[in-house]
Design a protein around this ligand. Sequence first.
Ligand code: ADP
Ligand code: ASP
Ligand code: MG
Length: 439
Amino acid sequence: MKKVVKFGGSSLASAEQFMKVGSIIRADKSRKYVVPSAPGKRSSGDTKVTDMLYSCYGAAIREKKFKEQLDAIKARYQEIIDGLELTISLDGEFDVICENFGKKIGRDYAASRGEYLNGKIMAAYLGFEFIDAAEVIRFRKDGSFDEATTNTLLSTRLEASEGAVIPGFYGAKEDGTVVTFSRGGSDVTGSLVALAAGADLYENWTDVSGFLIADPRIVKNPKSIETITYKELRELSYMGASVLHEDAIFPVRKAGIPINIRNTNAPENKGTLIVEGTCRQPKYTITGIAGTDGFASITIEKAMMNSEIGFCRKVLEVFEKNDISIEHMPSGIDTMTIFVHKDEFEEKEQQVLAGIHKAVQPDHIELESDLALIAIVGRGMRATRGTAGRIFSALAHAHINVKMIDQGSSELNIIVGVRHDDFKSAIRALYDIFVVTQI
Ligand code: ADP
Ligand code: ASP
Ligand code: MG
């Protein structure tokens, strides 16, 4: 049995948290490969080390003094080293970082030092080998991720190691230039390590007891999901459930390696198991709810639109030419609505409208902004009638106007559009009807 364990920022924010992590790893010999994030927030008002690094590097490239900021970062690590009573020194490392910041070596390099240094401490604390991600996670010259080379490099290194720490979030090009994944990317590293190690399980340790049915910052004490499929998780992550980076499922999914989301602060809790498929029926009709704010909609009206061949294509081409991606596209007989990300659309708004007028000569175009999309996701919905009815009734009861409803062809999700102001109350109303009252 081989397990890869990834620990998020809040699990490694202080010496006290490191000790919890140490006990978790030592409690199970199969936890051989460890992927740490950078130290996160110690309390709600705190700053993540990654953000401190971005800000410090920002000062460096603006030719401002940055030494003080770098010292504050060093102090965060020193506090952990002292708390763990380790004898290692990061002086040499910080000299190199300071010099590189002065040379304006790159923003990705700057951010990556958060996980690099935490990895050094973690390896010393556990007595594991340290493997620099820059040597085994490979990016191409154009900055894109090189999956095949990474898998070869990583598996060769891991094969020769009985226990290793591989820092998350970054890798490098062949010439050594450091490149990071997008924010939250240590989850992706964990998944890549699990694939390369041929692990039986990828444990992702965070600060909640698994994937919760709804965002705990919106719904108070939401219940956690016991088992969720990769597909359901993908829908939820894409729509804003930020527990796991949305790209983190791809590497493990290939090899059928399950992911187990666990809580560092409550290791006795089994958390959530993410699997390819399961015969287990979900407890509720829905598996989860997630949503994202910041959409705009463009509704195009034209009589007899339906019989005009090529109408949709012509409209979509306008968006394509303006390099705007489309989120959803519900349509009626004489209308079609297109949902886009507001910030992507805003600056090109007039260009797009002119383009649509020219392409299809509509009778009327209506724009709306400040919209939110909410996904209600669940493999159980396929077998249950009346889900859409329940959604409408829950939202109507909460006096929320539904702007759009769209059922995915897989019957795995239903998306509703609501006004920004109704976003949170809509999620609460949906949680209530499907989980609390289960009417
Ligand atoms: P880590 O630093 O361990 O990677 P993250 O902050 O990236 O942790 O992700 C965990 C956080 O995700 C939780 O603290 C919680 O606030 C948030 N979150 C959002 N939606 C959900 C959800 N559906 N279930 C659980 N957590 C969620
Ligand atoms: N430390 C990085 C971030 O804050 C990566 C991660 O935590 O996964 O985004
Ligand atoms: Mg995360």
